[in-house]
Design a protein around this ligand. Structure first.
Ligand SMILES: *Cc1c(COP(=O)(O)O)cnc(C)c1O
Length: 387
């Protein structure tokens, strides 16, 4: 057994990030300013988005995107139940109604073939989530959007660096929202980015993120700015700070290397677990894509074991192996059970995954020895708890 606890994720912060934050602190400009501008431009260029709006989180990005689209009472938005709750709670907080389509059993992405039956005269948008960094099948989703006049909003929180049929996530004809939470593929501490080809949408999100002040108002205390400003609509306080962007500026050039390392560990796991009937391993989608391997999420076949998933996670913790839970399906959470009950069996793949899924340690600083420790611990728990 390992002597040291292996967390499920930890960010890679090196000297360049630390020095840039120190530079920011010494510069006298710590909130939104030149470093945010640099990160915004570099990230937009990396993903291939003509417009990128930096924010305090992806949750803020979802919120402002839905507000900019004027989502309101009665509007329906189709999304997946296998996501972090903020995808869905932002719909609710805008007054909209989330409508869940079931997931595919292997990729755990929204099943594009199950979306059509969920479309009604009230449907306004579809929010696919690129689960674990693997792209959803976007072509059928875009066809439906065109046929029914819907907006596509990609929850790309896991998908910095992902590609769909040769195109980077962030460059498609939609709105993509990225997260830079410390567990994500690159981090700014907390942070998010809305990427789009739609200039008007980007402008609206930009206004909403900072009090509804005209675009360059952050300069108002600098020599190049003017202290006067105008408010063109009531807005929020969702801006990214230079302290945060200082991290992002040095994380972004490392993203491709991070993904390669993640892929190496994910493939090590898949190889090592290939013969274990007690685990259902994540599968690759059949189209050409680049998986960003944000998460490695096997399903524990609890029907073959004497313990449930939570007990499995506790057993791994006793082996000094950390795990994550991505995700308990959104419709299993109390508020959604009480306020948005789902017909029995209508989300059967999500229900199945929700009780069985766990995230094994996966982060760029991990070594293959660490991954071996995980494999050995998982095998020990399974051997001990086989039916
Ligand atoms: C992390 C995450 C979010 C929220 O991102 P924040 O930056 O923490 O607000 C939204 N959706 C998914 C799928 C996520 O994993």
């Amino acid at each position: 057994m390992r002597s040291e606890f292996l967390p499920f994720s930890t960010p890679t912060i090196e000297e360049a990030e630390i020095n840039e934050v120190v530079d920011c602190l010494r510069s006298g400009w710590i909130t939104t300013g030149p470093k945010v501008k640099r990160f915004e431009e570099a990230f937009g260029a990396y993903v291939g988005a003509p417009f990128a709006v930096p924010l305090s989180s992806a949750t803020a990005g979802l919120h402002l995107t839905l507000l900019a689209l004027k989502i309101q009472e009665g509007d329906e938005i189709i999304t997946t139940p296998m996501t972090f709750v903020s995808t869905v709670s932002m719909i609710v907080l805008c007054g909209g109604t989330p409508v869940f389509a079931d997931i595919e059993p292997g990729t755990l992405n929204i099943d594009a073939t199950k979306i059509r039956e969920k479309i009604s005269s009230r449907t306004r948008a579809i929010i696919p989530v690129h689960f674990a960094g693997q792209s959803c099948d976007m072509d059928p989703i875009f066809s439906l959007a065109t046929e029914f006049g819907l907006t596509v909003i990609e929850d790309a929180a896991h998908a910095a660096g992902s590609e769909y049929k040769g195109q980077r996530i962030g460059s498609l004809d939609s709105i993509s929202i990225f997260s830079f939470h410390p567990n994500k593929n690159i981090t700014t501490g907390e942070g998010g980015m809305v990427c789009t080809r739609d200039e008007a949408l980007a402008e609206e999100v930009s206004l909403l993120k900072f009090h509804g002040m005209n675009r360059e108002a952050w300069k108002r205390f600098a020599a190049s700015g003017t202290p006067n400003y105008d408010i063109v609509l009531p807005g929020f306080k969702y801006n990214m700070m230079d302290i945060q962007a200082a991290l992002g500026i040095h994380q972004l050039p490392k993203l491709d290397g991070f993904i390669n390392k993640r892929q190496e560990i994910a493939e090590f796991y898949s190889h090592a677990f290939a013969d274990l009937p007690e685990l259902a391993l994540p599968t690759y989608a059949p189209f050409v894509q680049r998986h960003a391997w944000h998460l490695y999420t096997p399903l524990v076949r609890i029907e073959k074991l004497t313990i449930d998933r939570d007990q499995f996670m506790t057993a791994l913790k006793q082996e000094n192996i950390g795990t994550g839970l991505h995700y308990k399906a959104v419709h299993h959470h109390t508020w959604y059970k009480e306020n948005l009950p789902q017909p029995e069996g209508s989300l059967s793949n999500a229900d199945y995954a929700s009780d069985r899924i766990l995230s094994l340690p996966l982060f760029p600083k991990m070594t293959l020895d660490d991954a071996s420790d995980v494999v050995e611990a998982v095998k020990r728990v399974i051997t001990r708890c086989r039916k």
